[in-house]
Design a protein around this ligand. Structure first.
Ligand SMILES: O=C(O)CCC(=O)C(=O)O
Ligand SMILES: [Fe+2]
Length: 238
């Protein structure tokens, strides 16, 4: 493996604006496509991800933005994997393949949207490893590989809504979780006193990506920014 996470368990890299512009464009297009499919038109479409906030009722927001509607399609994934995106990522980690945990037949690249001021949009504390361990059939494709997560902000504000991590937590042996069956899969629930972890917000600029260890403890952050936080993520097998 080209990347060794050493003490921190994560590594920040500059991918460049062009690559991120392209990703953001792809996500914006998809965002609009999904909303149109649900019959929306007008302002919500015009504003796209930049203006999205309190446009939909909570229950509708939640049901429209389920994971299957936040996954890039095969054409987009193919284009990314055959272009500059694959080139820059592989310059960081070496040759890689993207996991297909949802079993859709191609690499799973999906985005998230966290509305400003909404605690219910914030992803919980976890290690990605826990998801794999709780869903062993999904894990089979990982045999013989190391997993690295890549997380990229597409619309974010510094110190306000970036990914939270506990530095060095990939080495901890005291972390525990329990399982809950939700949205069709087993999900881990962090089961240690919240005061026993020290989550810190990453400092990232537009154009950056974070690569992190499968065992690094991380979570989303409450969005203190003005715009929705939009990010994209994928698991690399190296
Ligand atoms: O974007 C988030 O809030 C959480 C991301 C995450 O859990 C991941 O990238 O593995
Ligand atoms: Fe995660």
């Amino acid at each position: 493996m080209k990347m060794s996470f050493k003490e921190d368990g994560f590594q920040l890299e500059k991918l460049g604006h062009d690559v991120i512009d392209d990703l953001k464009e792809t996500v914006s297009r998809d965002f609009v496509r999904v909303l149109r499919n649900y019959g929306y038109s007008g302002n919500i479409i015009k504003k796209s991800i930049r203006g999205y906030g309190d446009d939909l009722q909570d229950a509708i927001h939640k049901s429209i933005w389920k994971k299957s509607n936040r996954m890039l399609g095969s054409k987009d994934v193919k284009a990314l994997m055959g272009g500059q995106f694959y080139a820059v990522l592989s310059s960081v980690v070496g040759d890689f393949r993207v996991t297909d945990e949802e079993g859709i037949g191609y690499g799973n690249i999906y985005w998230r949207i966290v509305r400003p001021g909404r605690i219910e949009d914030v992803g919980p504390i976890h290690r990605d490893e826990w998801f794999w361990d709780l869903n062993p059939t999904r894990k089979e494709e990982c045999q013989g590989y190391n997993r690295i997560k890549c997380w990229i902000p597409l619309q974010s504000e510094k110190n306000k809504n970036l990914l939270m991590v506990e530095r060095g937590s990939h080495k901890r042996e005291d972390l525990v979780y329990r399982a809950a069956f939700r949205d069709g899969i087993n999900k881990p629930i962090f089961d240690l006193d919240i005061n026993s972890v020290d989550m810190q917000m990453l400092s990232m600029e537009y154009g950056d990506a974070v690569f992190f260890h499968d065992r690094l403890l991380h979570c989303g952050s409450f969005n203190r920014g003005n715009l929705a936080r939009v990010s994209i993520e994928l698991t690399l097998l190296v």
